[in-house]
Design a binder for this molecule. Sequence first.
Ligand SMILES: Cc1cc2nc3c(=O)[nH]c(=O)nc-3n(C[C@H](O)[C@H](O)[C@H](O)COP(=O)(O)O)c2cc1C
Length: 193
Amino acid sequence: MQIALRCRSQSQIRPFMHILAISGSLRTGASNTAVLEAAALLAPPGVTITLYDGLGALPHFNPDLDSPDGGQLPEIVAGLRKQIGHADGVLISCPEYAHGIPGSFKNLLDWLVGSTEFPGKPVALLNTSPMSVHAPAQLAEVLATMNARLIPEASVTVQPRNRGSNAIDIAADPESSATLRNAIAAFARAAHE
Ligand SMILES: Cc1cc2nc3c(=O)[nH]c(=O)nc-3n(C[C@H](O)[C@H](O)[C@H](O)COP(=O)(O)O)c2cc1C
């Protein structure tokens, strides 16, 4: 599913900004996906947030396919890189599995290590579970190693009130929506610096 919110008028946030949102969870009804969808619903005029929907279809990373001499980059990976290249920033929300980054999401990051599109990209990290401390720390380390430009002031915890909360529930919650709105505004400001 793709959610893209295009604004009708432009104010506050200076030029038009496009953010690619990537959820690290493949689970149906995932809180991490719902929080990113809520962010798309709450994006201010001048900002669009589009959810990446290819995580589960990416092949296992293989450096042989990512080599400048003769490598045959899979089409879906080229598509991911293109979407990263078109984005002004990347918003990530990722669960923690066994004190670490889920394998499927680390696989996505591995496909971006050798890309020209990712280094220098502004990145904000959302977290839907205050109990999860290991995965966010590992993500920060991996992303810094990949030369992402991490935006700490836009990296926030948004814990949905209930396990089944969807994007509309989260966007309607005063506390969660205020946190998300502030994070998006901080991200937009920092990304334009
Ligand atoms: C296999 C597995 C391992 C997990 N390991 C941890 C863990 O080490 N630490 C933690 O805080 N939560 C852990 N969790 C809980 C998830 O991080 C948590 O339920 C998260 O909100 C799931 O995100 P989602 O709703 O987007 O799928 C684990 C969940 C699963 C399924």
